[in-house]
Design a protein around this ligand. Structure first.
Ligand code: F0G
Length: 461
């Protein structure tokens, strides 16, 4: 494998790659995708947008065009990411897009969860219905397409599972090879199985996510592999589309709150970037408050804002059963602080018990999500108690992963042994009313009918 450490940004007409800290516009980008001047993260900027028009069209014209594309037979139009391509970096040719028809995810009303949380209007935007079961696909279609256009043979990521599943799929579709670094024993089997199924070279490192990231940063400096973690600015551009699509689903009326789980903080940064850009371009007149919820055991952003007013990262040693967000040193913390402040949002942390309870409540509405997604509902309850969210306000929870991403968690929850041997074991008794353990019976109609009658009597249908 020939060695190279330079990525030519040869394919990004009309956009520039700018440092978020010193503002330097990059001519050449190193393998770690950081500013050559100060080492901070990069973001894609659109200097042409200052006129208020995009690609010669007004906001009203684009709203119409984007909707019309939903009935088009073209691959790029059927993608819920590329149909918004006027506000994304342009590929040299639309045929270069690697798409699995990502995006176009549903917005569901959550009536029971709304009552539990104490708000009237609660919705879930379910990014877990993407092709590989998580929101990562919306960013991956963009970043993988640019990787292939730049003729990379290898793409790589460190992951808590979903990024690797998504990257392996898009890499395979694009004819590239994938290198996955995951923390041994801390990634759900479903996510691991996806990376294997899609043919990735999958390395389980004896460390945590932060350790995997450290190793990968060295690998990309030494080998010609393209980094597809969310420090990659193309990932962020693709992930913006979830917020744009959400606004479209609300007919461009702005909900009061958007609540998102926080791990490495790429997603909150992307959604916030989209909201600010949509306002700048005149698609919307106000902004939803963007709030980020973390597991209390992986609360680097919460501590960064509470203890350092967002000026300096407070890293933590992360521990949570919501393994997707088991991250102690989030790479995109500065970007997340910026969008939380710009939209007037906040941060909150939730306990393991609160996550498990919220996940069961979302599941009981027939929606289902993985534990990391459920922090949003658990966090909302706290934001209502704090008075930050008012009962009459419209709230959207961003569900990031499908319920089948972590079936072990769900089965253990319902069997009642999720917290066995943990410090939460006693407290976990509060979860009993929501548990529905599978029932083993003799193979007779009588046994089943008796169970049915008991269930009917107990009111726990
Ligand atoms: N929810 C799920 C289901 C995730 O997989 C992740 C991150 C997040 C929330 C947090 O998003 O990192 O953008 O703040 N998963 C990454 C991965 C880290 O490797 O799959 P974030």
């Amino acid at each position: 494998m020939a060695q190279t450490t330079t990525l030519e940004p040869k394919t990004t007409l009309g956009v520039s790659m700018r440092c978020i800290a010193c503002g330097a516009v990059q001519a050449r980008i190193s393998g770690g995708l950081r500013c050559s001047n100060c080492g901070d993260l990069l973001e894609i900027a659109y200097p042409d947008w200052q006129s208020g028009k995009v690609a010669g069209s007004t906001a009203a014209e684009l709203k119409l065009l984007w909707r019309e594309r939903r009935t088009s037979p073209m691959d790029v139009d059927q993608s819920g990411v590329w149909r918004f391509r006027e506000v994304l970096p342009a590929l040299a040719s639309e045929e270069n897009a690697i798409t699995l028809r990502e995006g176009n995810t549903p917005l569901y009303r959550l009536a029971h969860c709304a009552r539990r949380a104490g708000v009237e209007n609660l919705y879930a935007k379910h990014q877990g219905t993407n092709p590989t079961g998580s929101f990562k696909d919306t960013g991956m279609t963009v970043a993988a397409s640019f990787a292939r256009q730049a003729e990379f043979r290898w793409v790589a990521c460190a992951s808590t599972g979903n990024t690797s599943a998504s990257m392996a799929a898009y890499g395979a579709r694009g004819g590239m090879r994938s290198l996955v670094l995951i923390p041994e024993g801390k990634v759900s089997w479903s996510k691991l199985s996806q990376a294997l199924d899609y043919g990735a070279v999958t390395c389980q490192l004896r460390t945590d996510f932060d350790g995997c990231m450290r190793v990968l940063n060295e690998v990309v400096q030494r080998m010609p592999v393209y980094l597809l973690n969310s420090v990659n600015p193309y990932r962020i551009e693709g992930q913006k589309t979830a917020a744009i699509e959400l606004l479209e689903q609300f007919d461009w009326q702005v909900p009061d709150h958007l609540i998102v789980p926080g791990g490495n903080l790429g997603n909150s940064s992307a959604l916030g970037k989209a909201l600010l850009e949509m306002k700048q371009l005149g698609f919307i007149t106000g902004l939803p408050k963007l709030s980020v919820i973390q597991a209390a055991g992986a609360n680097a952003l919460v501590r960064t804002l509470r203890e350092k007013s967002g000026t300096e990262l407070v890293g933590v040693t992360a521990e949570t059963m919501a393994t997707a967000i088991r991250i102690g040193h989030p790479a995109s913390w500065k970007k997340a602080v910026r969008v939380i402040e710009a939209t007037g949002g906040t941060v909150e942390q939730v306990s393991e018990i609160e996550i498990a309870q919220a996940k069961a409540e979302i599941g009981a509405e027939g929606i289902g999500c993985e534990p990391a997604s459920a922090v949003t509902l658990a966090g909302l309850k706290k934001l209502v108690q704090r008075g930050f969210v008012k009962p009459s306000e419209t709230v959207v929870l961003l569900l990031t992963g499908h319920v089948l991403k972590d079936p072990d968690f769900t089965v253990k929850f319902h069997r009642g042994d999720l917290f066995a041997g943990t410090k939460e074991e006693k407290e976990a008794a509060v979860l009993a009313p929501q548990q529905r353990a599978p029932i083993v019976l003799d193979a007779t109609a009588e046994a089943v009918i008796k169970t049915l009658e008991q269930a009917e009597k107990s009111g726990r249908a």
